[in-house]
Write a protein that binds this ligand. Structure first.
Ligand code: CP
Length: 313
């Protein structure tokens, strides 16, 4: 088994073998979901803490479900009602949780690099659940897992990321992972929402969705992140919808079996029409289910690597 990390901070830092190990480990966990008892004892006696400084529905809940299915004790810190609001620093908060013998801390923060800072200062394993515009590694992993499940390959797959690339940590994690596996990645969106140097990551840049959509196997639509936009990146929602919304009419230009993905939460009627979001080509809810299997795999692999390090002394 090729995974011996203390932390999961981003897909940029993992090699293909390590990513493959996570994907392979997620498969048997997903098979568990059809059993009447969806529980395994792998994390008995371990304490998993979620520390979210930003809102979340999918990621926080699915980490909690994943940890509970592995029989861990789970503690959720709502930062709005914690001592963070009294001015406690990130590292002091982390050290407090470690003093309570937290084994794994899952953190989401608006500032890129906060999981890295915690990882450097704590013995607990740290999982990045989204840091600013930087990375969202478990979302990237569950996206890869879903693409592989549906298309039976990643190498050579043509994947289009649509929309707000500049503010999207999901886009960055997708790009790091997909390019390591030999997928051909395209990005498309308004020039203001595409980072200037993005082609250095090995992706092809488009500004016209109707052109970009033509020969792709997967379309991963990104949320327009209004809460992160300090200025107007496009003139109006109306204009964005006209040029970049994935509609039923636009889909006619794509392959008939194109896979439609969205990390959620969706802005229905902005980046994606309801008809497309609810169409049989969309696997948005399956992504959520797969997220639990991927997070079980990540928790299991980190806990196993911790035990090995402990046993070696
Ligand atoms: N995809 C994702 O990160 O969703 P949440 O913000 O609901 O966790």
């Amino acid at each position: 088994m090729s995974f011996n990390r203390k932390d999961l901070l981003g897909l940029e830092y993992l090699d293909k073998k390590e990513i493959q190990t996570i994907l392979d480990s997620a498969r048997p966990f997903k098979n568990m979901f059809t059993r009447s008892i969806k529980k395994a004892p792998a994390l008995v006696g371990k304490t998993v803490v979620t520390l979210f400084y930003e809102p979340s529905t999918r990621t926080r809940t699915s980490f909690e479900v994943a940890a509970k299915r592995l029989s861990a004790d789970v503690v959720n810190i709502a930062t709005a009602t914690s001592s963070v609001v009294k001015g406690e620093s990130l590292i002091d908060t982390g050290k407090t949780l470690e003093a309570m013998k937290a084994d794994i801390i899952i953190i989401r923060n608006t500032i890129a690099g906060t999981p890295h800072l915690l990882a450097k200062n704590l013995k607990a394993s740290i999982i990045n659940a989204g840091d600013g515009f930087h990375e969202h590694p478990t979302q990237g992993l569950l996206d890869l897992f879903t693409m592989y499940e549906k298309k039976k390959k990643i190498e050579g797959l043509k994947v289009l990321l649509v929309g707000d690339i500049v503010h999207s940590r999901v886009a960055k994690s997708n790009i790091w992972a997909l390019t390591k596996f030999g997928a051909k990645v395209k990005v498309v969106g308004p020039p203001t929402l595409i980072p200037k140097n993005i082609s250095e990551l090995g992706v092809e840049v488009f500004y016209n969705l109707d052109e970009a959509i033509k020969d792709v196997d997967v379309i991963n639509i990104l949320r327009i992140q209004k809460e992160r936009q300090q200025e107007n990146f496009f003139p109006s929602d109306h204009e964005y919808i006209e040029f970049y919304q994935l509609t039923k009419e636009r889909l006619l230009k794509a392959k008939p079996d194109v896979l439609i993905m969205h990390p959620g939460p969706m802005n229905r009627g902005i980046e994606i029409s309801s008809e497309v979001a609810d169409s049989p080509l969309a696997v948005i809810n399956e992504q959520v289910t797969n997220g639990i299997a991927i997070r079980m795999a990540v928790l299991y692999l980190l806990a196993t690597a911790r035990n090995k390090r402990k046993n070696r002394g």
